[in-house]
Design a protein around this ligand. Structure first.
Ligand SMILES: Nc1ccn([C@@H]2O[C@H](COP(=O)(O)OP(=O)(O)OP(=O)(O)O)[C@@H](O)[C@H]2O)c(=O)n1
Ligand SMILES: C[C@](O)(CO)[C@H](O)COP(=O)(O)O
Length: 282
């Protein structure tokens, strides 16, 4: 059996967006879900992962102070850097990569880039990304598409269907996206002079500029949603309540206060009491 070499595993949490589709006056990364703002859920997921060694948080001037206070108050000790992002998501990724290069991060470090507004990333997804980098230089969490996807084309005043890809090949991209440091740096360097290239995620930079380095898919789930507009908040609040009730039930079972079945029933009852009215439950 070969022993894997220990390398830094660094999470980059992108929180420098302005949330134009949500409400630019109320940054969505700071909206509270239960006892933490959305960005706090994301940072906590990486803080809690035993394999993640360091965290970089990318901010803008509007959210910086509140996020720095959150990091202090919650004792998120793995956060080593808070850096200023840029106008586009890729500018924010680039700012993090160059801060990591300045800090002397080695070429084989594992870098996990995550949207701060995907608060329900699971430990399995994080572990899946980290493990996959032992076989591949790039990976992304993605969720099988249950809808059929249409590729469209613009005919002036009307969009029409150009192509219908086979659904079994279609996935919805999520985060984290994971890369060996040298791979994502090189892909970004190669893309630097292409002003027309506007990727909405980091894996595409590798797909386009380092096509010989396959990006592996790690299983995501619909729960790993992105809070994009205000319509996403009811599902996010329900999910947060579910997770909290399950955590409390697990803690009660571990402390011997309840057996497993009673703990699960208590969790279900708590969520029903909070949200049952929304689903017509008695
Ligand atoms: N210049 C940017 C743009 C986005 N992000 C981050 O990338 C993630 C996904 O982006 P998105 O949902 O598009 O957030 P916003 O850019 O804030 O939203 P919008 O496009 O509606 O303005 C978010 O956590 C966001 O904070 C970032 O760090 N820097
Ligand atoms: C990275 C991403 O979350 C994958 O779904 C998405 O592409 C971000 O895009 P956005 O336009 O910044 O929401």
């Amino acid at each position: 059996m070969t022993t894997q070499q220990q390398v830094p595993v660094i999470a980059v949490v992108l929180a420098a967006g302005s949330g134009l589709r949500f409400d630019p006056d109320h940054p969505k990364q700071l909206v509270r879900l239960d006892d933490l703002p959305i960005v706090g859920w994301s940072i906590k997921a990486f803080e809690d992962n035993p394999h993640v060694t360091d965290i970089v948080v990318v901010v803008n001037t509007t959210v910086r102070q509140e996020i720095e206070e959150l990091i202090d108050d919650r004792g998120f000790d793995k956060v080593k850097l808070v850096v200023e992002g840029g106008a586009e998501r890729t500018d924010s990724t680039e700012a993090a990569l160059s801060a990591l290069a300045d800090a002397g991060v080695p070429a084989d470090a594992k870098i996990l880039i995550h949207d701060s507004v995907r608060p329900f990333v699971t430990q399995q997804m994080i572990d899946g990304c980290i493990g996959t980098l032992d076989e591949f230089t790039a990976a992304t969490v993605a969720c099988e598409s249950t809808d059929t996807i249409l590729m469209s084309e613009d005919l002036g005043d009307r969009r029409v269907v150009r192509e219908v890809p086979d659904r079994s090949h279609c996935f919805r991209v999520q985060t984290p996206q994971a890369f060996r440091f040298a791979t994502i740096r090189k892909a970004y360097d190669l893309a630097a002079n292409d002003d027309l290239f506007r990727p909405t995620d980091d894996s595409r930079v590798v797909v386009e500029y380092l096509p010989d380095q396959p990006v592996a898919i790690v299983a995501g789930s619909p729960t790993n949603m992105k809070v994009t507009t205000k319509d996403d908040l009811p599902f996010a609040r329900l999910t947060a309540a579910n997770i909290k009730a399950r955590r409390e039930a697990t803690a009660a079972a571990a402390a011997g206060q309840l057996d497993d079945d009673a703990a699960k029933a208590a969790a279900r009852e708590k969520v029903r009491a909070l949200f049952g009215h929304a689903f017509g439950a008695k």
